[in-house]
Design a protein around this ligand. Sequence first.
Ligand code: SF4
Length: 306
Amino acid sequence: MKERRLLISFSGGETSAMMTKLIHERWAERYDRIVTVFANTGQENEETLRFVQQCDDAFGWGVVWLEALVDPEAGKGTKHRIVSFATADRAGGVFEDMIAKFGIPGPGFFHCTRELKERPITSYVRSIGWEAGSYDTAIGIRADEIDRVNRDHRAKRFVYPMADWRLRKIDVNEFWASQPPLSRLELNPSPFRLNLKGYQGNCWWCWKKSLRKHLTIMQETPEAFDFPERMEAKYSMAGSNPRNEPKRFFRERRTVADLRHLAATTQFEPASDDAREYQTDLFSPLALDLGGDCDEGCEVNFGEAA
Ligand code: SF4
């Protein structure tokens, strides 16, 4: 009988971690082998890296830490390297190698997820003998993000357990708020969870985030934008560039300097921390927020248009 295989792409966020935990609890019989990978972009928040390691230590998933190995030569595909919590890139070298070859990502140029996550993960699974079509891939899209489900998910063998289980953002928040502390010996034990505000997840400054989130992050931690600012100065014309004009990370062709100026001169309501919102309305069972937007998703979609 063929081995029943499941690949879990663990993003390092709380939705993805809850999905991974529930899969191991509920689907251990469904699959003969479950492989959990985390693809580090080099621009993750340190708390994300710590959370990945804490989850692995606590739950024993055997997370494989991957990074993109970009070949600068044209026509040579991105491979993977295996790293660890200790050796994972924090300075952005992985991201910079990708930009040097493919250019600055942003609206209209979606290659960062493809090159930093999808390709290294695919390269890794091939290296362990998993051919295309021989395994399912679990993706952490929730019931309130159902519009992000891939149109070809059946053909691609993508599964969406969080959406199938009708779990929403508030369910994820409640799940992690109820986790016991890692150590009861702490002076002020707090639940074991990702210590980031909702808008700080994924790449710290991710270009997909809303302007409100960018400005909030800029006011709180302006150094988060040092990396994209350096990339703008160095690689604005890199990669395929049919329009022959400088590429920009941010919507409306804003530069980091524009964001710094806006954050310093504009009155705005800061972004709220949606990782700490819990069930408060009586209509929640009717799932009023199903299909809501998500402006900062970086879920892998293996093979979507780049
Ligand atoms: S989190 Fe944002 S910037 Fe980072 S790889 Fe994903 S889409 Fe690109």
